[in-house]
Write a protein that binds this ligand. Sequence first.
Ligand code: 3PG
Length: 386
Amino acid sequence: MNSIEDIDVKGQKLLLRTDLNLPVEDGEPQKTVRFRRYLKTIEELSDRGAKTVIMAHQGRPGRNDFLSLEEHAEILSESMDKEVEFIPGFFGSELSNTVEEMQEGDVALIENVRFLSEELRNASPEQHAQDIFVNKMAPEFDIYVDDAFSAAHRSHGSMVGFTEKLDSYAGPVMKNELESCGKVRDEFENGLLVLGGEKPSDLIGIMEEMIESVDKVLMGGVPGELALMIQGHELGEKAEWIQEHGFDSKKDELKEMLENYNEKIILPEDVTTESGNYKVGEVPDEMTWDIGPETAENFAEEIRNAESVVMKGPMGAFEEHPEGTRKVVEAMAKSEAYTVLGGGHTSSLVQRFGYELEDFSHVSIAGGAFVRYLSGEKLAAVEALK
Ligand code: 3PG
């Protein structure tokens, strides 16, 4: 795969696909780890004299974070101390006039590409190369750069269509994520997987792909609770909640994993509910919110003794009940081992608990793409770039 770091971009008209899909609070896109990573890419390209037009998406149709990128252009401008022009359309004179007038180092941002229905079709690169917007936009540019690792599992127009039309390169975020997550996927011996979050179905693929090569899998969050239920433990109100939300959909697959790898998979011994901490088997009929303190200490001890650790998903409802997740993240931050945090929520834990990105070997900004990549799946946009 060609990297944009290896070529001279001075004066080049460059179409840069980023993933600036950010959490939005009170209408304001938040400056997360993801935002900071892309700011770096954009600043570097600007410093190297490229004329950069950024393409990104925000939210999905029907959700309340499905918004215009106008605000994103403003926060980029503030953060770069340089005007990032917002282009409200996708092609025609709005785009061509802006690109024509750009000077070396200038940066502009196009509207949310998911406002185009063609974008959202799951189609092959050849099919997306026929999209009207791809055909109208591509001739305005010299180079296409894909830096959106976290959207690389989507075979969408902006992710796979332009590679058919323009010289295409991986951006620094894409390259770094592929290298670091590739190291986990291919060289992860004697390691520890720490799995949590909300959707057990996300994790089955990772477990199936990696369980043979890891030493242990520590399970918290909803996946850990589902595993406890499979083993016949009562989990009060949470059991109903898990069923109502359909989070037990991969119950059979998880059951099989628990049976086949009983000695490798470590489940919580205690949990935190509304009223306190309880040993598994003595949980009252209440919601559970977190792994309990004994489990958190045991998990932290396992992490301290491991040579490599990958964490995907918090250990519980960390906004209100952060303790279990905090202990696990702290043990990883203080460890000298090869440590990787992945998944949308998981990467935001770095900031929340007051750590620096440098306290971990790699912090992935990807959710779905991280899970799929570690599950051994091919990512559509990565294949297109190749
Ligand atoms: C993400 O935030 O994981 C990516 O931007 C992909 O978003 P999507 O799941 O809406 O495609």
